[in-house]
Design a protein around this ligand. Structure first.
Ligand SMILES: [Zn+2]
Length: 474
């Protein structure tokens, strides 16, 4: 009897214990949080559970969680975006890019151009459950006009032809059905095709990314789209002769010599771009900039101004090279040295102009987005986003504005500001824990102690492990 009683008591105790909920979630404790909306908050406990930040409070009581990470002396920022990437541009990078991005704290990317049959499987893999990859948003192909720049001849095939407004409508309707998150309008479209693209994308609720079409002036095309890349062709609308230059382009775009798209575009660029920069007219340019107040500018300074701070001059370049595929490592090392040793005046002028214009745009409140065009022109995925942040600070953004360009701006672009971009309860669990304060020196965004991506925590060692695994034989 006594034994039976003891047994039932024991059973009761263990039942009660089993009913106590086991604590879940992870807390980063006593950390300084920094984001572009809340600013700096010291001594915070940030708790995330699954893919959601559940609590942000002043530290004090020990949080009841499954795991605690001591954030004392560290700085927590929202996960970073690279707002301009090409996952399928170079086969040497497609497989490795997701891990490379995460290892550098890039937890979301916007892919701005790739053919659907190539990009769709990549997106599917990156979005699959348990995949170790950043969040991905993609446009599908570059939507070009009658002539296609990226047609697979002299440049890789990532563009598609839209000779008429009807073709443009059909293309975009089809892309939407295949799941794209936004569209990208390219440089050779006619004004009529451009208008049809804008109208269709608006109907289908797709954000619009664009280069300024050569057939249009930036002040006309800019306000109709949500983002513009590389500051491209804006210089042609920043000179007193902008109207005449536009007339000339319209004539040449009739393409009497039947040039391939890439050649036609190159001829127009060399005819007008640098000379426009030389003939900058502040009043005219300010009129153009006034039309761009709600169009995110993605200046890709690390591309445009490459010559002003070539990667081989950076002390961490070798370390970055060590993370890319052995297939291209030597080639990239040699190219970087060659480019640094042979600066081209034209590219220096373009770089200085890009920094100047970005500074002016930022001072006028035009929203700026941080994108790199990786892996184009020696852009190591993830690594180059930090270079871009440094360039943006060089162009007059405060370090906090630079962080905004890689967090809040991209979130707003996709109307996800309630879910991403800041460190608040209810937001997605994408975070970067830093050893040093990025507001003191933006280069401190590279001093990564750990990364939270889709609610999974990776310390610096496991991040490096993810990259090292990439090139090991199975
Ligand atoms: Zn690009």
């Amino acid at each position: 009897m006594k034994t039976a009683l003891r047994m039932s008591l024991l059973l009761l105790v263990s039942l009660v214990a089993a009913c106590q909920p086991r604590p879940t979630g992870t807390a980063i404790t006593n950390v300084t949080t920094i984001d572009a909306v809340n600013g700096v908050r010291q001594n915070q406990n940030v708790i995330f559970d699954g893919d959601e930040i559940t609590t942000v409070t002043s530290s004090g009581t020990e949080p009841a969680v499954e795991r605690t990470i001591d954030g004392t002396g560290k700085f927590l920022i929202p996960g970073l975006w690279d707002f301009h990437v090409h996952l399928t541009f170079d086969d040497n990078f497609t497989e490795s890019m997701p891990a490379l991005f995460l290892s550098y704290g890039v937890t979301s990317v916007r892919d701005t151009g790739g053919l659907m049959h190539k990009i769709l499987p990549v997106v599917e893999r990156m979005r699959s459950k348990d995949s170790v990859a950043p969040r991905v948003f993609f446009s599908g192909p570059l939507l070009d006009g009658e002539f296609v720049v990226y047609d697979g001849e002299s440049l890789p095939e990532i563009g598609v032809r839209n000779a008429t407004p009807d073709e443009a409508r059909a293309t975009i309707t089809d892309l939407k059905a295949q799941g794209v998150d936004f569209i990208k309008i390219y440089e050779m479209v006619s004004p009529a095709v451009f208008d049809a693209m804008v109208e269709t994308a608006n109907e289908l609720d797709l954000p619009i990314d664009s280069h300024v079409p050569l057939s249009m002036r930036a002040r006309l095309a800019g306000p109709s789209v949500d983002s513009i890349e590389h500051l491209r062709n804006i210089e042609m609308d920043c000179t007193s002769s902008a109207a005449e230059l536009h007339e000339t382009r319209l004539e040449l775009l009739k393409n009497p010599d039947g040039l391939p798209g890439a050649e036609l575009r190159a001829s127009l660029h060399s005819l007008q771009r640098l000379s426009s920069i030389g003939a900058y007219d502040e009043e005219l340019c300010d009129q153009t900039l006034a039309t761009l107040r709600s169009t995110v500018q993605v200046p890709t300074l690390r591309l445009n101004a490459f010559s002003l701070a070539p990667p081989s001059h950076r002390e961490d370049w070798e370390e970055a090279l060590s993370r890319i595929s052995p297939n291209v490592r030597e080639e990239w090392r040699a190219s970087a040295i060659r480019l640094a040793e042979n600066p081209v005046q034209e590219f220096i002028d373009l770089g200085e102009w890009s920094i100047f214009l970005t500074r002016r745009m930022n001072s006028k409140g035009i929203p700026i987005g941080a994108g790199t065009d990786t892996p184009i022109l020696l852009s190591v995925p993830g690594y180059s986003l930090h270079a871009e942040l440094e360039y943006l600070v060089r162009a007059g953004l405060s370090p906090l504005q630079a962080l905004e360009s890689a967090t809040v701006r991209p979130a707003e672009y996709f109307s996800l500001q309630d879910e991403m971009g800041t460190i608040d309860a209810g937001k997605k669990a994408d975070l970067v824990l830093l050893h040093a304060n990025p507001l003191e020196d933006i280069a401190n965004t590279k001093k990564i102690s750990g990364v939270v991506a889709k609610g999974n925590y990776y310390d610096a060692e496991s991040l490096l492990g993810l990259v090292q695994e990439l090139y090991q034989d199975p």
